[in-house]
Design a protein around this ligand. Sequence first.
Ligand SMILES: *Cc1c(COP(=O)(O)O)cnc(C)c1O
Length: 398
Amino acid sequence: MSPDTTSSDRGDEPRPATRAITAGRATSGSSLATALWASSTWETADLDDANTRATGLRAEEYYSRYGNPTVQAFEDAIAELEGAEAALAFGSGMGAIATTVFTLCSAGTHLVAQRQLYAGTLAFLQGPCRRLGIDVTFVDGTEPGALTAAVRPGQTMMVLAETPSNPRLELVDLDELGSIAGPFTVVDSTFATPIGQRPLAHGVDISLHSATKGIGGHNDATLGVIAGDRDLLDEIWSYSVLHGATPSPFDALNALRGIRTLAVRTTHQAASAQRIAEHLAGHRHVSAVHYPGLASHPQHELARRQMTMAGTVLAFEIDGGRPAVEDFFDRVALCRVATSLGGPETLVCHSATSTHVSLTPAEQAETGITDGLVRLSVGLEDTDDLLVDLDRALDRSA
Ligand SMILES: *Cc1c(COP(=O)(O)O)cnc(C)c1O
């Protein structure tokens, strides 16, 4: 998996790493940095002007819940990297998911989702969606044809996938998802970032990210974003001003700065993740390693087909269950015990007691979230130092 293969057939067109340097800069004049427009409101010249701003689609200078120039610069950058006509930012990844689902689905309609999901998404689909009368069917996203087979013609409004999935790095075939006719297809592509895969090129309607993670990349912004066709995003925008998951201009600016280094960060982190995954796969206290870059990953070939790199996150199972994980967490020094991913610091978390604690024991068992499972978000430290830290923490001298 070499970076930028998705555009290597584009001749002289800049590759994603190059585009990331200037993406979204069209409106910043001769400034190399984008300005922070903290404004919540803009002055109007007269009633006609006020009317134009109040009724225009995606008005940029009217009121910040409708649009904001700094947020727009971030959205333009994401659209460019995703190869989309447009992008739309939200106050968080969950804001992006909730707004998208509530725009496209209503009471009495049907939504298909994979079972392997970020726990917040799962809780949202099982709780508020069902409470408001949206019928949700969960299937195993790794099973070929399962998402397609669950579609009910005329009733299914949306098919939602997440690939690679949190926390076990399972994949959904983007070509299959993109070929589903009828419902809108949406991919949570957070774990891949726009550098690691481009769902829209596979025919998927919407690529969605928690930009809080790899895109922002510095643990200093809470933000979500979607990319897709302009008409569809305009429709989602119209509902988003009522839903109110409005992004902060400051967070959009931080995330835009994150985009400038996204390719170099993810390339380094993915190379480190590959080495760590290979190392852990041979460790005597580790019973399994989940990483799409490993030949032992059941969907390794699919990863090679649809991803330019295998990603910055891996998961592994420590022998000895929860007590062994507690011991490991006590001993790590460089790796920090914290939730989230995609930042400069390497983070470890225990999904069963933190990110996926809302799942019932049966759901945890069904999705492979065992007591010994540790998710590792590989940071920007020197890989050798990380290997030393992991070995030291795993060594129970037994
Ligand atoms: C973190 C995350 C989300 C939610 O994003 P927030 O910015 O925390 O709201 C959704 N999907 C995935 C895959 C995530 O990792």
